[in-house]
Design a protein around this ligand. Structure first.
Ligand code: C2E
Ligand code: CA
Ligand code: CA
Ligand code: CA
Length: 277
């Protein structure tokens, strides 16, 4: 809304197109959702290919919207990043996921959790202390937490991201490079950062059965990342042929709809019982 000075009333500004109005409404609703706990965390299993055990889970946020139902993150993460709401959102997901990891430990299950972190949140000066505080508060060993950062985000601003990553690594918390292969960084750059895991972007994994180039990229990343001592995860594994090829290449961990979609924690427990244990 823009203020019309002559009338002293607020009128709707024609220059705001539908898209802008929708985004403003979305941001207001998201701010409210953060307070009213409408944001919930789902978990998708990551399977260790050598022995088919659960390697861990990735926490993925969903918005349990009162009228629209379950809204996926691609609809609101961008808006959160541009408005500063990403900080409280990250806090919420991080705390929820680490609390869930603690609850599993109390049931005798050791399930590492991975949380997605936007670079906007990582570069916040309070972020590393916050991570330290969350693991301490819940009494969870640092190595049971992985922070997933996109390749483009950690290579973009290498100086400051590098410092934050080093401090995170000092907590024993693992760092995973998400969406690997979509940026333009080299694997050599990767070797200079305290990265534990490389997560091959699903766009390459989808094409493994049909595109020789995609299969070559996946194979190259697996071999070189292994050469540097990194764990390799393939995301977006939807079919058995891709899984078999990944196993042949020696990929360590796979994640995708072939195993399970992201699930609320109670359904994940059922899935683990029925599929792995
Ligand atoms: P991402 O981190 O690359 O997560 C993987 C996405 O691929 C997830 O979508 C997941 O549900 C989906 N996926 C997993 N397996 C398959 C598969 O076999 N086939 C297909 N087609 N898709 C698969 P989702 O949950 O909609 O999340 C989208 C993106 O939103 C994530 O991409 C991540 O960048 C972001 N995101 C999600 N949760 C958070 C969060 O808590 N914080 C931040 N900053 N970003 C988040
Ligand atoms: Ca296997
Ligand atoms: Ca991720
Ligand atoms: Ca990804």
């Amino acid at each position: 809304h823009a203020k019309d000075r002559r009338l002293g009333v607020r009128v709707f500004d024609d220059s705001l197109d539908d898209g802008t109005a929708r985004r403003l409404a979305l941001v207001a609703q998201l701010r409210q959702a953060l307070r009213s706990r409408e944001l919930v965390v789902y978990y998708q299993p990551k399977v260790q290919l050598s022995d088919d055990v659960l390697a861990g889970v990735e926490a993925l946020v969903r918005w349990n919207h009162p009228t629209r139902g379950l809204v996926l993150p691609d609809e609101f993460i961008g808006a959160a990043e541009h408005t500063g709401l990403i900080a409280p959102l990250t806090t919420l997901v991080l705390d929820e996921a680490v609390a869930q990891c603690r609850a599993w430990l109390d049931e005798g299950k050791r399930i590492p959790v991975a949380v997605n972190v936007s670079v906007r949140a990582l570069l916040d000066s309070a972020f590393v202390d916050e991570v330290a505080g969350v693991v301490r508060h819940h009494g969870v060993p640092g190595h049971l937490l992985t922070l997933e950062l996109t390749e483009t985000s950690i290579m973009d601003d290498r100086a400051s991201a590098g410092e934050a990553l080093t401090r995170i690594a000092e907590l024993g918390v693992h760092i995973s490079v998400d969406d690997f292969g979509t940026g333009y960084s080299s694997l050599a750059q990767l070797s200079r950062l305290p990265v534990h895991e490389v997560k091959i972007d699903k766009s390459f994994v989808f094409g493994m059965g049909t595109e020789a180039n995609d299969e070559a990229v996946v194979n190259a990343v697996v071999q070189l990342a292994h050469h540097m001592g990194k764990v390799v995860v393939a995301e977006g594994v939807e079919d058995r042929l891709s899984l078999r090829k990944l196993e042949e290449m020696g990929c360590d961990i796979a994640q995708g709809y072939l195993f399970s979609r992201p699930l609320p924690p109670e359904k994940l427990a059922t899935w683990i019982r029925d599929n792995l244990l």
